[in-house]
Design a protein around this ligand. Structure first.
Ligand SMILES: [Zn+2]
Length: 311
């Protein structure tokens, strides 16, 4: 998360593509992706992530992630598999931005990576340091906060860019801390994706993914790749999470009936656990990479290489 008080420079301008919850989302010509307007006060955002996010707002988040850690490890493993395919042997250092309770950092450490988290929320950072015994900087991800960090091979941003007022500034900070040829891995909700828009057209739903208190930016594959390219990265791999919208298109419409949400998430987890138990985890990984290339998936991960220098 960035505490940079400077919102992206230039006038934000573009057609309004959604107007839920009394807030407009524009497809911004200046930024090249969709975001809310007006952007909120950066001080209010800092308070949200230092005081509220792991306090009143998400007080059960650490506990619920711990309860599903075996399943989370499947997701973590799919990413580390790709990092290891894309990087030469011996390049195994990672910085996790918005590292939360620290399990992604710990997973990498156990796999032989040198890892460090950057996390503004004090309870989550304390969990990382004191409970897991992992490296963490308790701060926002700014050039000053990481000034003493040795250059790393991967910067991992999981569900971070949609929250910050200036995603491009955060990517510039990532660029600065990456070794030549290193990778940035950005995971974000895949919003305004074709399956969501099909449901809007077919079922008349309002665009249910608009959540302006927490989500300032709305990336699909094109928008995410655009901002990565502008900030000096070349996309090189994609990874989807299960396209949950398929359930709604098959009749289990969790948008109309939110009580179905837990059930369909359970089915998705069951599929992934079953495939791994059957020894088909690699096939599942290839399926999710292909879906990501199609721009599908409830979340989308784009991995992009820092350009300008060779590895
Ligand atoms: Zn803009």
């Amino acid at each position: 998360m960035s505490a940079d008080p400077r919102p992206h420079d230039g006038p934000h301008d573009g057609p309004v593509v959604a107007a839920n919850h009394g807030v407009d989302v524009i497809d911004c010509r200046h930024c090249g992706f969709r975001h809310v307007t007006p952007l909120p006060d950066p001080a209010a955002i800092d308070k949200l992530y230092t005081e509220d996010f792991y306090g009143t707002l998400h007080e059960t988040y650490i506990a619920s992630q711990r309860a599903n850690l075996d399943w989370w490890h499947l997701e973590f493993g799919a990413k580390y598999d790709l990092f290891e395919e894309l990087l030469p042997a011996g390049r195994r250092s990672l910085l996790d931005v918005g590292s939360g309770p620290g399990w992604f950092v710990q997973f990498g450490s156990k796999r032989g990576w040198s890892t460090i988290g950057v996390e503004p929320g004090p309870p989550a950072a304390a969990h990382t340091r004191d409970t897991l015994g992992e490296n963490v900087i308790n701060d926002f991800f700014t050039p000053a906060a990481v000034a003493n960090v040795k250059q790393v091979d991967v910067v991992h941003l999981h569900n971070v860019l949609e929250h910050v007022p200036d995603p491009a500034a955060l990517l510039r900070t990532a660029h600065g801390v990456l070794a030549p040829g290193g990778l940035v891995s950005v995971t974000s909700p895949n919003d305004f994706n074709p399956l969501q828009e099909a449901l809007v057209r077919q079922r008349g739903h309002a665009r249910w993914w608009i959540s302006p208190r927490e989500h300032l930016n709305y990336f699909d594959r094109e928008g995410l790749e655009g901002v990565l390219r502008r900030e000096g990265f070349e996309p090189c791999a994609h990874l989807a999470s299960f396209p949950l919208e398929l359930f709604a298109l098959m009749g289990e419409d969790y948008i109309a009936d939110p009580a179905l949400g837990k059930a369909i998430h359970g089915k998705r987890m069951a599929l992934e656990q079953e495939m791994h138990a059957a020894g088909e985890g690699a096939l599942l990984g290839r399926i999710y990479r292909a879906l990501g290339e199609l721009g599908l998936g409830r979340t989308l991960t784009v991995m992009a290489r820092r350009v300008g220098e060779s590895t």
